[in-house]
Design a protein around this ligand. Structure first.
Ligand code: TPP
Ligand code: MG
Length: 646
């Protein structure tokens, strides 16, 4: 048996010293998980530190991301180039990769951004799913495994249940969840708030479950061995001691999130018989760590040959986008029937899914979101060749699972729910934007226009909530042609999430011949009553036709109106100031805005009195009556505008 104790102590002391130097951080978790991580990285994890993004590597996810020093120590010790000793010494400092919580950087071995507890478990489910699909499609013999470390906190979070339930249903046998069962969280003993029978919980959703002793190397090995040929996802429930090795702080919440202090470090060194200086790893141990992945070399070489001819990714389609979408647009150039944009979106999907490596789905609203293309096969436990996932009613889990899929970069992924339930997904949407990964959310029923289902289902502030997420793209098309344009842009974007917001109700076809698909800038003039307009009326989605009707009424009173459709505020924001200014300019220099949602966002374009929106909850009634109740009718708006410009 290798000297796992000393190897694990390398992790412990790098972590302790880095936290001490940074004067902040979480030493307890790396000290408690060091033994398990050591056995995993020396004997089981298949990776190549010299080629961090090798597609067929196993994935290691630290869902309990506060223990980030565990990950950085492992990456430094195993020889990932980007994680140098200087990076470890600069833990938590400006510009370092070694941030407080792991931040997605596959080149450095950081597979996903974690820290908000529970997300990593769900990301791991997405990775396992994507890898299984990818390997079955390419007939690879070995499917990479996904090892996820998690703590008590991750399992307390509701999102973990959504994810483990779906993982069990799909029988993701390449997923191994390693539970740091130390019975401690920030407030103290988990007895304060957590008395789940965790094993029973996992068994009830069809997982294999094993109990282990987290500091007994032989036992750890046996358990990982059991997980290797599993037919189901596996939970390894390890009893561990937080802050292992610290005489006064181990097994206590005091080791969770603050430096041990110099005195306690000395005592810990004595207890663990460690004499090396801070940040110095004895050469014999470092050399064992650096060689720990050599056992994978043969598999690596073989798989590289296989991968050579299998580089299918959305990137390969990038230069065909113009041609591809032009041909869709040309098929719809005479289309003139009123249609809900969710339905238009379905028409676009019918083209896309047949041509691109895309993985769709919905959180139990397939028929309402119109997210399933005509011939999309369902992905289920018996068929990973399918392209469509029934996520069930699990929006938060779905969004985090999609982040895991997107992080593998093996598939472009989209899914759907109602816009009002974007709130259920927000934490994961934010993380996608932070990570610069590219899932697409299809949000239908995007306003009070959904009518009778009422205010619980009518989004108000959600559009602007999404617009406020940095590095994200919000789309809200007004008809078929704009929907084509929005899908094209969303598919092209590879470094940010996209949110495509679509109507439940029918809308007229108005953008044909006006919109320029080739150089779509997020906004354009869709209608004007004269060449020299008095005012500009800006609208999005379902309110564009309302704006055009309003413009016609104003024209009757000799007020000339330019109507600007802005299906993507995000793309418009990126245009040069000169373009933005010119588009919104008018004789009276007055911009008015109509959007059936909260007004807050739009005051960057105009004064608050010029915005027609809704800063209240909607109402349960036929759509026409709800629009009327909130004053969003051509008659009411035109009369207010008339008064304003007098
Ligand atoms: C969603 C979320 N809520 C709260 C926190 C703050 N937080 C960080 S760690 C932690 C306790 C987690 O306990 P556990 O997972 O058992 O970690 P351990 O102390 O055992 O390392 C909390 C509440 C967080 N990171 N994410
Ligand atoms: Mg804990």
């Amino acid at each position: 048996m290798k000297n796992y104790t000393d190897l694990a102590n390398c992790i412990r002391f790098l972590s302790i010293e880095a936290v001490e130097k940074a004067k902040s951080g979480h030493p307890g978790m790396p000290m408690g998980m060091a033994d398990i991580a050591t056995v995993l990285f020396h004997d089981f994890l298949i990776h190549n530190p010299k080629d961090p993004t090798w597609n067929l590597r196993d994935r290691f996810v630290l869902s309990n991301g506060h223990g980030s020093m565990l990950l950085y120590s492992l990456l430094y010790l195993t020889g990932y180039k980007k994680i140098t000793l200087d990076q470890i010494k600069n833990f938590r400092q400006l510009g370092a990769i070694t941030a407080g919580h792991p931040e997605y950087e596959p080149d450095a071995g950081i597979e996903i951004t974690t820290g908000p507890l529970g997300q990593g478990i769900s990301n791991g489910v997405g990775m396992a799913l994507a890898l299984k699909k990818y390997c079955q499609e390419n007939k690879f013999q070995r499917t990479p495994k996904v090892y996820v470390f998690c703590g008590d906190g991750c399992l307390m979070e509701g999102i973990s249940q959504e994810a483990i339930s779906l993982a069990g249903h799909l029988q993701l046998d390449n997923l191994i969840l390693v539970y740091d069962n130390n019975k401690i969280s920030i407030d103290g003993s988990t007895d304060l708030s957590f008395s789940d029978d965790t094993n029973l919980r996992f068994q009830s959703v069809h997982w294999d479950v094993y109990n282990g002793k987290g500091h007994d190397h032989q036992n750890i090995q046996q358990l990982f061995k059991k997980s290797q040929n599993a037919k189901k996802p596996t939970l390894l429930n390890f009893k561990t001691i937080i802050g292992f090795g610290s005489p006064n702080k181990s097994a206590k919440a005091s080791s969770h999130g603050s430096p041990l202090g110099q005195d306690e470090i000395l005592l810990t060194k004595q207890k663990l018989q460690w004499s090396a200086k801070p940040f110095s790893i004895p050469s014999n141990l470092l050399s064992l760590w650096r060689k720990s992945a050599d056992r994978n070399q043969k598999l690596y070489n073989q798989s590289k040959k296989l991968l050579k001819n299998n580089q299918s990714s959305i990137d390969n389609f990038k230069n065909q986008f113009d041609k591809f979408f032009d041909s869709i647009a040309s098929d719809f150039k005479s289309f003139n029937s009123p249609q809900a944009t969710r339905k238009s979106s379905e028409s676009v999907l019918n083209y896309i899914h047949a041509s691109m490596p895309i993985l769709g789905g919905s959180a139990d609203l397939t028929g309402s979101n119109n997210t399933k293309g005509k011939n999309m096969a369902i992905l289920n436990q018996n068929n990973f060749l399918g392209q469509y996932i029934h996520y069930g009613v699990r929006e938060h889990g779905m969004a985090a699972i999609m982040n895991g899929i997107a992080a593998t970069k093996l598939f472009k992924t989209y899914s759907g729910t109602f816009l009002s339930f974007a709130d259920y997904m927000k934490p994961s949407l934010r993380l996608a934007a932070l990570m610069q990964i590219d899932p697409i959310q299809v949000f239908t029923h995007d306003s009070i226009g959904l009518g009778e289902d009422g205010p619980t289902h009518q989004p108000i502030e959600q559009l602007n909530m999404l617009r406020l997420i940095p590095n994200s793209y919000v789309f809200r098309p007004c008809d078929m042609m704009e929907t084509i344009a929005c899908w094209k842009e969303a598919l092209k974007i590879s470094n940010a999430p996209s949110f495509i917001c679509l109507s439940r109700q029918n809308l007229p076809q108005i953008s044909n011949k006006k919109i320029n698909l080739k150089s779509f800038k997020g906004a354009y003039v869709i209608y004007q009553t004269s060449k020299n307009n008095d005012i500009t009326l800006l609208a999005t989605g379902s309110e564009v036709s309302l704006a055009i009707e309003t413009a016609d009424l104003l024209q009757n009173d000799n007020i000339a109106v330019k109507v600007v459709s802005m299906p993507s505020t995000s793309l418009f924001d990126q245009q040069p100031a000169s373009f933005q200014k010119k588009l919104l300019q008018s004789k009276l220099n007055q911009v008015f805005v109509i959007e059936a949602g909260s007004t807050m966002y739009w005051n960057k374009f105009t004064t608050i009195e010029n915005i027609f929106g809704i800063d209240d909850f909607g109402a349960s009634a036929p759509a026409k009556d709800v629009y009327n109740k909130f004053g969003l009718t051509p008659k009411k708006i035109s009369s207010t505008i008339k008064k304003r410009i007098k």
